[in-house]
Design a protein around this ligand. Sequence first.
Ligand SMILES: Nc1ncnc2c1ncn2[C@@H]1O[C@H](COP(=O)(O)OP(=O)(O)OP(=O)(O)O)[C@@H](O)[C@H]1O
Ligand SMILES: [Mg+2]
Length: 229
Amino acid sequence: MSINWQQYTLDELKSHATTVFREGGGSRPDVLLIEIDGERAVLKDQGGADRLFAMLIGPVLNWRECKALRKLAAVKSIPNLLSKPSSRAFLMSYHDSEQITRLTQYTPEWPAFFDKLSAAIAEIHEAGVAHNDLRNPTNTLVTADGEPILVDLVACFCRGHVWNLPNQWLFNKFSKVDLSAITKIKSKVAPELINSDDVIAEEIAGKAGMAAKGLGQWIRRLSRKLFTK
Ligand SMILES: Nc1ncnc2c1ncn2[C@@H]1O[C@H](COP(=O)(O)OP(=O)(O)OP(=O)(O)O)[C@@H](O)[C@H]1O
Ligand SMILES: [Mg+2]
């Protein structure tokens, strides 16, 4: 019988951590592998960031990511939300996998893998969510069966009503940025698969978009400086 993860408090879950995927600090959460009775799950705890950041921003980030996971509950390549033991932490299904640019055990058939990755990204867009951080290759994982798993939805952008034109415009741009991540990942692991249908990042944005990207990077750097001891 599978575990009822909802019965565990945050401290109980943390006491069963067996691996640290990422140690929290600054603006970063703790990401921990939890094992209870032979079953595994992943805890992402914004409480692991520096205090001020965890207090002020942690609940918002956690809420955003849980909301996206709920919207994408039917998508096979997205972890399932298992519980939300505090306002700053959530537990999700564990997928035995490796980060796509750091594969040591698994070597997928790349053409089949990229077909599945494209299908997964199309599926999340159809469900009304642009991931928005897939250009960071640590967010695309590969399982032993060559299946893609997409994690880290904290930066996602959700599609709003059809009449909300600025939202539609942004959703469209962010969806294309997700597609450009496929090109970026191909260039690292299988450059021979890049073809004329692949989306190039610089072509999406135009001047305004590149300025927005620069502004985003600047805000990220500044918040890291401010919130990291
Ligand atoms: N459900 C999961 N199953 C297996 N491994 C996971 C899972 N979730 C996360 N990981 C591992 O933990 C790493 C970090 O997770 P994640 O990207 O969510 O955190 P993060 O990058 O610290 O978050 P943020 O970008 O919000 O600071 C992933 O790159 C992956 O190796
Ligand atoms: Mg990440």
